[in-house]
Design a protein around this ligand. Structure first.
Ligand code: SF4
Length: 247
């Protein structure tokens, strides 16, 4: 454990943050870690909210964006729109694979449906993210996960030490839902991802096996990896072992 990890009283911080507004948690993270703070963003449906909070607290903060090679064109456009609008410092980490070549090599004949989702996520999503954290070597990492998104995320504390990434993982939005995010986006005149209007409540990669639009009465995350016993791509698991996690 690093000296920074030893200095923080995580129990006290997490107790305090249970009733704090996300902006306050982001401000604490920016003050505590300064240049050693990075954030990750998928530039997904409601991503503009945390980005807005983070750059208000720390202009020029490095934002890690993983390009799996299978993102929607709208996601690239949305990233570019926000990057220009807010002068974001985006660090794009790309898969090492050529997207078409990977499908051939992996025996994935249908580009709209992955047979082996875990293998594809490992090669094209997790590897670039792990590379990013290794290269940037932050002391803390800000991310936008929420407890309402999955059972695994319900257990997440606001600040935790991640042995996997050798840094603190900070999750200011844990207690927010779509309602709070909507209010924040509206009050700051921030955009949703362009596919949000078309029913895409949670947006990842473009194969139908990985992202689909959902109905009004469906859980937003039900549009991810439909029919698979999978709820996480694996990036947000902070422990060393992914074996026990219900990915
Ligand atoms: S979400 Fe789908 S396309 Fe994207 S990396 Fe994972 S399996 Fe591959």
């Amino acid at each position: 454990m690093s000296s920074t990890a030893e200095q923080l009283d995580l129990d006290a911080l997490n107790q305090m943050f249970e009733t704090a507004q996300p902006t306050k948690i982001v401000q604490w993270a920016a003050a505590q870690f300064g240049d050693d703070l990075v954030m990750s963003s998928s530039f997904g449906a409601e991503s503009a909210a945390l980005i807005h909070m983070a750059i208000a607290a720390r202009p020029g903060l490095r934002i890690v964006f993983v390009d799996t090679g299978y993102l929607f064109p709208e996601t690239h456009a949305f990233m570019e729109q926000l990057r220009r609008q807010f002068d974001l410092n985006v660090w794009t980490y790309r898969t090492r694979h050529d997207p078409i070549a990977y499908l051939h090599q992996a025996g994935e004949e249908n580009p709209t449906w992955r047979k082996d989702i875990d293998a594809c996520c490992a090669a094209n999503k997790i590897e670039p993210f792990e590379r990013a954290i290794k290269e940037l070597a932050p002391k803390a990492w800000l991310r936008g996960i929420r407890r309402s998104q999955s059972d695994l995320r319900k257990q997440t504390p606001f600040v935790e030490w991640s042995p996997r990434y050798n840094c603190h993982a900070i999750s200011p939005l844990l207690n927010w839902g779509s309602r709070e995010l909507h209010a924040y986006l509206k009050s700051h005149d921030l955009p949703y991802h362009p596919l949000w209007e078309k029913g895409y409540a949670s947006i990842g990669c473009n194969p139908l096996s990985c992202t689909r639009p959902v109905g009004q009465d469906e859980h937003p995350r039900s549009g991810r990896w439909t029919g698979q016993d999978k709820y996480e791509c694996g990036i947000n698991i902070t422990k060393n072992s992914l074996d026990s996690a219900n990915l």
